[in-house]
Design a protein around this ligand. Sequence first.
Ligand SMILES: NC(=O)c1ccc[n+]([C@@H]2O[C@H](COP(=O)([O-])OP(=O)(O)OC[C@H]3O[C@@H](n4cnc5c(N)ncnc54)[C@H](O)[C@@H]3O)[C@@H](O)[C@H]2O)c1
Length: 246
Amino acid sequence: MTNTLKNQIAIITGAATGIGLACAHRLAKDGAKIALWDIDAEKAQSAAAQIPVAEAFQVDVADEASVMAARDATLNAFAKVDILVNSAGIAGSVAPVDEMNADDWRRVLDINLTGTFLTNKAVLPTMKTQDYGRIVNIASVAGKEGNPNAAHYAASKAGVIGFTKAIGKEIATQNIAVNCITPAAANTEILNQMTPEFVAYMKSKIPKDRFVEVDEIANMVAWMASPECSFTTGAVFDISGGRATY
Ligand SMILES: NC(=O)c1ccc[n+]([C@@H]2O[C@H](COP(=O)([O-])OP(=O)(O)OC[C@H]3O[C@@H](n4cnc5c(N)ncnc54)[C@H](O)[C@@H]3O)[C@@H](O)[C@H]2O)c1
């Protein structure tokens, strides 16, 4: 264990599994205490059982009342929040736009984009009062490039990139950094929401010719969530194995 995040409190959404869980392990190793936020209470409890400094909180990030209740419960348990890693997300079903169900479109936007807005909104008052905060929003290379048959997902992640740029500038004079990260495909449970053909397409677009490991993403997030990330805000960090061209 290193101590770069000693005495710090991190909220990680979507932390029951996948990228969020890898970030929870990594930030705990760096010395932070972790609030694991997830809609799946049972899985979040199992995740918390693996990490001695973690506590699980059930939340639906798309629901403002639920997010504010989880924020209040977290502050009751830990008294402050220094870090937010926003990893909760869904893929939605694979479909061309002319066959896409509007409810599916809305659900993807609600969780991936509005959920990001709501969780960022929830932690900002505390971060502003303490004049310290590090926020990492997990976007996707799909938000830069788009993947055919997943326009809802691409639009939601492009939204996360634009939101991050705006909020980073909005609070740049405070010691609060808000950045996002755009991973290529990682082999997590989210891939089960997609067709095998779509997964193969995403992998074929990665010049490194493999999935990114969740620990590789967590390593990048660890720096973005640390005090060392003191001048970079409103930025987009690439981890796409060479796929992204900007
Ligand atoms: N895996 C990839 O290929 C990949 C690539 C780029 C970006 N991402 C993004 O990374 C993030 C994490 O993805 P992952 O691969 O770990 O997926 P995952 O499915 O393994 O984990 C997502 C977690 O979010 C939780 N969640 C879903 N809806 C929620 C809600 N409404 N409220 C609270 N929690 C909710 C799920 O229960 C789950 O634990 C997502 O935002 C995803 O879009 C994933």
